[in-house]
Design a protein around this ligand. Structure first.
Ligand SMILES: Cc1ncc(COP(=O)(O)O)c(C=O)c1O
Length: 382
């Protein structure tokens, strides 16, 4: 194995109490109950539901399958309005079901769906809106809910980034018809791979549980279309163990975020996204590089940081609408996405999480200050 000790990555996993996890792993193996609604997956569901304050939580194998289950259970068809500035899984989940993703631009302040642009995209084929709480900032769910109510549409939310986040109306996980969290290794809380669907709708919850398990209704009884979306016990034990360290992860992420704020405060041309929610997991440190002010481009800065083993990342370049199959299927989407296109060229996400220390951040900020002062060619920093 190669050592990564001197490398700094975006999205290295947050890991809770390893001793507790190994005890749970041992218990799982002893019990031989490895999957199929075992005690740990039920425990995790209850833990997440109670933490968020939502009636139902359905653990799934990953958020992509979670989105697909929710899409099918909500009966979405035809067209669904969705941001292009998101991870491609949000959009693939629609296209996979033969639904046309109608790309909508995002708001410059939170990088999430701009409700003022949603309504004009509604057509007779529209059945819903799929919003994303990008970077863990709860999107403008109040305005989106008003729009979907006015047009009798469904509201589904991709909350992949937003476990532990809220706005003044409540916690992510309580909005719309349903919300879907990711518990992937790179996410704030991980279960190696995994996801969780939440809803306050009893009928919908029952339907989604049923779909998650092949549409099986009982012994020898399949009464509908389903998929294998189950979470296994080892994943659930990891998710539960990490949930128990949630406050500690927030504390470290916040400390890291503030260290970046301090380290980059005086640097012209780089701005850190402000977190405006009531509660926030600070899992992403999102910088934008303004090409009109900065001495270096975002991409040159990225190359420089990579050369110093700082693996910052440009998300979600080049934008879903410019990736296949969407570029070919919907070539006109580009014209109505100026903010998305701008962000794709300006956003730089910096390493954080519990694997990154304040000392590491001081070094990363020093590199950035050096580069932004026009020092890309200088090799003085090692
Ligand atoms: C916004 C967004 N939606 C969906 C996903 C898919 O999550 P998963 O990897 O759990 O399928 C991710 C991340 O991977 C994501 O960032």
């Amino acid at each position: 194995m190669t050592s990564r000790n001197n490398e700094f990555h975006v999205g290295r996993p947050n890991i809770g109490d390893q001793r507790v996890f190994f005890e749970r792993l041992h218990e799982i193996l002893e019990s031989r109950w490895l999957t199929n609604e075992g005690p740990y997956s039920l425990d995790l569901e209850q833990h997440i539901a109670e933490y968020i304050g939502v009636k139902h939580c359905i653990a799934v194998c990953n958020a992509t399958i979670g989105l697909e289950i929710a899409i099918r259970a909500l009966g979405l068809t035809g067209e669904v309005i969705v941001p292009s500035f998101t991870f491609v899984a949000t959009v693939h989940a629609l296209q996979w079901h033969g639904i046309k993703p109608v790309f909508c631009d995002v708001h410059p302040s939170n990088h999430s769906l701009d409700p003022s642009r949603v309504e004009r995209l509604i057509t007779k084929q529209t059945t819903g809106v799929l919003g994303v709480h990008l970077w863990g900032q709860v999107c403008d769910v109040r305005s989106l809910q008003e729009i979907v109510d006015r047009h009798d549409l469904r509201l589904l939310l991709d909350a992949a980034h937003a476990l532990g986040c809220s706005n003044s109306d409540g916690m992510a996980g309580t909005f719309g018809d349903a919300e879907v969290f990711s518990l992937h290794a790179t996410k704030f809380i991980n279960s190696f791979e995994g996801g969780a669907i939440t809803t306050n709708n009893d009928v919908l919850a029952k339907k989604m549980r049923h779909m998650r398990n092949f549409g099986i209704a009982g012994y020898d009884q399949v009464d509908g279309l389903g998929i294998n979306g189950k979470m296994h016990e080892v994943s659930a034990a990891m998710g539960l163990t990490n949930m128990e360290s949630l406050e500690e992860f927030v504390r470290v992420n916040r400390r890291n975020y503030e260290a970046y704020q301090e380290g980059l405060a005086e640097v012209l041309g780089i701005t850190l996204m402000r977190y405006e929610g009531e509660r926030c997991n600070y899992q992403y440190v999102v910088a934008t590089i303004d090409p009109d002010v900065s001495a270096v481009s975002r991409d040159d800065l990225l190359t420089f940081l990579h050369s110093k083993q700082v693996f910052a990342r440009r998300y979600f370049y080049p934008g879903c609408h410019r990736a296949e199959p969407y570029r070919t299927l919907y070539p006109n989407a580009d014209d109505r996405l100026p903010e998305t296109n701008r962000l794709c060229h300006q956003v730089l996400v910096l390493p954080t999480g519990t694997a990154v220390t304040v000392k590491d951040i001081a070094w990363i900020c020093q590199l950035i200050r050096h580069a932004m002062a026009g020092g890309l060619a200088v090799n003085g920093l090692n």
